[in-house]
Design a protein around this ligand. Structure first.
Ligand SMILES: NC(=O)c1ccc[n+]([C@@H]2O[C@H](COP(=O)([O-])OP(=O)(O)OC[C@H]3O[C@@H](n4cnc5c(N)ncnc54)[C@H](OP(=O)(O)O)[C@@H]3O)[C@@H](O)[C@H]2O)c1
Length: 261
């Protein structure tokens, strides 16, 4: 396999864990890391999808394992850590990607059950992931962790064509502060913790939109397009690399200029 570039130093031979590794964005992150010579523990709940991502990586000559885990379950995340260490060795990088908003609902219609489920998936999951992996990274005095927030957690554009649920936005806003606290606590151990805040990234739902709606959405971005999963993967790879050695506690806005924060 060709290790793509010597510029992204410090990646080849390392070990990464990617939660949400079977999703649109997670798959792209796993594949890109593998192309840079990182061994990847791909995590999610669906065994068939996990096997497919691993198969694709192995097909390009990369190294990957599948570890099923529900990110809202503390013991499952501990299993993810232990299984990765057992099969791939010491973990260097963690991408906490698992999450999602679902269809937006009005506040008055937001049930307490859905509120809790959204916070569990998008905020508590990251808390559990950070809590489980950071002590081991600190012990080896090296590591980089990336969480995936959302533009919805930073900003509201009242005239935007798409909107997020308030529970999702609140969870992602909380995730940004959680990430900063982790960065402050673990910086002295040479462990960096950053968040990426993507705007709209191409998903199956967006791909099915009528052409005119899609064109309007693209046009709303100064770069005249929504994001591709690989745009996020590129940012994760950068944050894991030594190129970002002095970057921690940052929120990297990635939105084609849709909102300049
Ligand atoms: N797409 C966008 O436009 C966009 C924009 C901003 C931020 N984001 C954020 O980016 C991240 C990835 O989004 P995406 O578009 O790639 O979503 P996606 O395609 O729906 O993928 C979601 C991933 O999370 C996993 N997951 C869901 N619930 C889980 C659970 N309880 N335990 C473990 N894994 C779970 C899914 O796997 P299983 O269901 O098989 O477990 C899947 O791998 C999310 O945090 C999302 O909020 C997305």
């Amino acid at each position: 396999m060709l290790v793509e570039s010597a510029d992204l130093s410090g990646l080849a031979g390392r070990v990464a864990v990617v939660t949400g590794g079977t999703g649109v964005i997670g798959r792209s992150i796993c594949q890109r890391l593998a192309r840079y010579g990182v061994a990847v523990a791909v995590s999610g709940r669906n065994l068939d999808q996990l096997a497919a991502v691993v198969e694709n990586i192995v097909a390009i000559g990369g190294r990957a394992i599948a570890v099923a885990a529900d990110v809202t379950d503390p013991s499952a995340i501990e299993h993810l850590r232990d299984e990765t260490e057992r099969q791939l060795g010491t973990v260097d990088f963690v991408a906490a990607v698992a999450g999602g908003g679902g269809e937006p609902v009005a506040l008055a219609d937001l049930t307490l059950e859905r509120w809790h489920a959204t916070l569990d998936l998008n905020l508590t999951s990251a808390f559990l992931t950070l809590k489980t992996f950071l002590p081991a990274l600190a012990a080896q005095r090296r590591g980089s962790v990336v969480t995936i927030a959302s533009l919805s957690g930073q900003h509201i554009i009242p005239q935007a064509q798409t909107t997020a649920s308030s529970a999702y936005a609140a969870a992602k806003a909380g995730l940004i502060m959680l990430t900063r606290h982790a960065a402050r606590e673990y910086g002295p151990y040479n462990v960096r913790v950053n968040t990426i805040s993507p705007g709209t990234v191409l998903s199956d739902r967006i791909a099915q939109m009528p052409n005119q709606v899609r064109e309007n959405l693209d046009y709303a971005h100064p770069l005249r397009r929504i994001g591709q999963p690989d745009d996020v993967a590129g940012a994760v790879t950068y944050l894991f690399s030594d190129q970002a050695a002095w970057m921690t506690g940052s929120t990297l806005s990635l939105n084609g200029g849709f909102a300049m924060l």
